[in-house]
Design a protein around this ligand. Structure first.
Ligand code: FEO
Length: 400
């Protein structure tokens, strides 16, 4: 049996979804699963573009055998050497011993690190702009370093105007029958996971993503085939626009994340009251998160989405509450910038967290920190109402 989909007359999707994996990269929860996309071009030569994760290799090899219809595999192009795409490379060699492996020089080094088979005798080493003619198709290769590893390249098919974009334009989420983004309600059902995937997987490398977008803008693209999630053949400009904003660390929209760390509910109460006062001022886009209840990958994604962030944290062991510190380190690691931030802190004897949180995010570029820090000693008191009003006022005035 097989589960394949035709992308064009002779380009076939052979990908497989994994709905069992709890944590992608053993780091990010994926309750909607994930797909590993692999594509076969059936031309005068047969060309496979990337493979899949080891966990779904059985179904992948069924798909490959079905799609090849008894033909041998002539080439495999390795756009990205990360094991979620190339774990089955060794088995490809066993099944298709005469296959040529199309790689760049950096990929070659990594293949030798991950595998023990003889790569040198099989390698076709390509560099920026090189082409491979396979019959009707001519494939060209463009490097995309750090989107998401240093060896990444993308492949462009001039015949059908297809960009095989590696991790770029990918998303968490399993494929449920419909392989094309225009067959699902992408904005409603997929965008949050696409944003979360971008922010967490490649969010740090916005400069390199922008470089790839610039290269891609010189190509005529009708179809984008990423390594995860749906294939794009309509409304590509809409998704490109999201990517341009994310890559420049520009917020998609005016709005606010309130992330709080609360031990007995008093800091949470302050966050709730602030949100309520903002709502009274007509602010609609408010995403509030308990950092102990929500995985930081979700909060980071909304920090990429919105223009403003309020951090409210208890002081813990003389430092920042650990889950809040994890979130802030994540934000710092992904080089978030161009945001307005405000702080609230709590402490029963020495409130320290606001000072420490500000220090932690101080290397972030083009960040505006609002002056109106609120300090709570154990619990909010009626006399502090004015402080919260004034914080709400200043957030409101910078949001509108
Ligand atoms: Fe989907 Fe960077 O691997």
């Amino acid at each position: 049996m097989h589960c394949t989909k035709r992308i064009t007359d002779d380009i076939i999707w052979l990908g497989v979804s994994d709905r069992r994996l709890a944590m992608f990269e053993n780091a990010f929860p994926i309750p909607r699963g994930v797909s590993y996309n692999s594509f076969l071009i059936k031309d005068e030569k047969t060309v496979l573009l990337d493979t899949v994760d080891k966990a779904v290799s059985g179904r992948f090899f069924e798909n490959l055998a079905f799609a090849l219809e008894g033909r041998a595999l002539d080439y495999i192009i390795v756009n990205h050497m990360e094991p979620d795409h190339c774990a089955t490379l060794g088995e490809i060699i066993l099944r298709h011993p005469n296959v040529r492996i199309v790689v760049n020089a950096k990929t070659l080094v990594m293949i030798k690190q991950f595998f023990d088979f003889d790569i040198d005798s099989r390698a076709v080493i390509v560099k920026e702009g090189d082409t491979l003619a396979t019959g009707r198709h001519t494939l060209s290769f463009y490097t995309a370093p750090m989107v998401h590893w240093p060896e990444v390249m993308v492949t462009y098919d001039a015949a059908d105007k297809v960009l095989f974009s590696a991790d770029a334009f990918g998303t968490f989420g399993a494929i449920s029958g419909n392989i094309f983004a225009d067959e699902v309600d992408f904005e409603a059902d997929w965008l949050p996971d696409a944003r979360r995937y971008y922010a967490n997987i490649v969010g740090k490398y916005g400069t390199q993503v922008t470089a790839l977008l610039t290269k891609a803008s010189a190509l005529e693209i009708d179809i984008i085939c990423p390594l995860h999630g749906p294939v794009w053949r309509q409304n590509i400009g809409w998704y490109l626009d999201k990517y341009k904003k994310w890559a420049a660390w520009e917020p998609e929209e005016k709005g606010l994340v309130i992330a709080y760390a609360s031990i007995y509910g008093n800091t949470e109460n302050a966050a709730d009251i602030l949100a309520s006062k903002l709502a009274d001022r007509g602010i609609k886009n408010i995403a509030m998160y308990d950092v102990s209840a929500v995985h930081p990958s979700y909060i980071l994604a909304d920090c990429f989405r919105f223009s403003h962030i309020v951090f409210a944290s208890s002081t813990y062991n003389g430092g920042i509450f650990p889950n809040m510190e994890t979130l802030l380190l994540d934000i710092k690691a992904h080089l978030l910038q161009n945001r307005t931030m405000a702080f609230m802190e709590n402490g029963t004897w020495v409130p320290m967290s606001a000072k420490l949180m500000k220090e932690l995010i101080s290397p972030l570029k083009n960040t505006t920190v609002l002056d109106n820090t609120v300090t709570i000693k154990s619990s909010l008191k009626p006399a502090q109402e004015a402080e919260l009003e004034s914080l709400a006022d200043v957030i409101c005035s910078t949001l509108k």
